[in-house]
Design a protein around this ligand. Sequence first.
Ligand code: NAD
Ligand code: UDP
Length: 339
Amino acid sequence: MRVLVTGGLGYIGSHTCVELLAAGFDVVVLDNLANSALAALDRIEQIAQRSLAFIEGDIRDADLLDSLLDDYEIEAVIHFAGLKAVGEGQQQPMLYHDVNVAGSHVLLSAMERAGVNCFVFSSSATVYGAEADIPYVETSPVNPSNVYGNTKRIVEMMLADLCQPNDSDWSVAVLRYFNPIGAHPSGLIGEDPRGIPNNLMPYIAKVAVGELQELSVFGNDYSTRDGTGVRDYIHVVDLAKGHVEALKFLAKKQGIEVFNLGSGNGYSVLELINAFKDISGVAVPYKFAPRRAGDLPEFYAEPSKALQLMGWKTELDLNHMLADTWHWQKNNPKGYSAE
Ligand code: NAD
Ligand code: UDP
């Protein structure tokens, strides 16, 4: 089966390409390099020992999509391409709606014209928002609290609408990711944020290699076990494998299905810092800082639906996540930009 992977050179996309190639899928990547480097392409091929097709372009380019879906005889699409920085989304809402919502509409419309009806969508646990009880279940209320989360929710609704007619032949998996961290165990691909990272794990990794001085821990007065925020961290390789299982699942199933992809375990910021020190031998200097606006104290997944329907669950624990993050960051202190 030949799969189009939009955003396939990004963090999660690159790891997913490796797993798709290993599982025997043919892969075509469409990426505009807005937040990725061409160097990732060679690295993916080096790990997989197989080649893939790469097209540099934008998901909002309908003509490009029409020819690409046809020329490469695409049978399924995994849609990673998009913008994901919560703060940037608050500052530039129209940009986020353009890329994430309008971009998805252009892509799905091109798929409809081409008769390609198998789709895996990168959604996020952020769609649940403050009102859902933890752990989050796929049926928990959704009420995102920021522009980025709204764009994910709108695309989820677009997909539900696409699948609702009785004669719809779409097969859609909405994957709500929890907090992906880690890197491929080869140390060849990993997360390579531009500028100062927004997220905890890449921030810790950059302090550990000396690129940043000190971590700010956002809030130590939450009603959690040590007062710092708790999240469900998931190894990016486990997450990538979830996409392979989703494609296999969709081959046998029509309609739309929503899955949490998380481990079901929560770790606090301080637990992550301490476990990182045990694994790497590097004590990351930190200070307590005020809470970050919009942050929830604690959330984690109830992940059993993915196990029941797709046979997928996480296999790699926090130590693997931290060891692989450190391996990648140590080998590539400047990410891909050294190439
Ligand atoms: P990433 O930024 O590393 O990857 C996104 C890729 O899409 C990049 O390679 C970028 O160049 C490309 N891209 C952006 N706009 C594009 C456009 N208009 N046309 C073509 N390519 C474009 O992000 P990631 O962490 O790999 O996330 C992948 C997807 O998963 C995103 O949709 C994101 O919202 C979602 N997600 C990520 C997380 C996370 O914590 N990383 C959590 C939940 C959901
Ligand atoms: N966090 C922190 N310092 C940072 C970045 C994040 O203390 O520099 C905290 C944040 O408040 C949250 C946790 O780490 O409790 C995970 O944050 P991240 O941005 O990685 O994920 P998200 O909040 O989007 O789930």
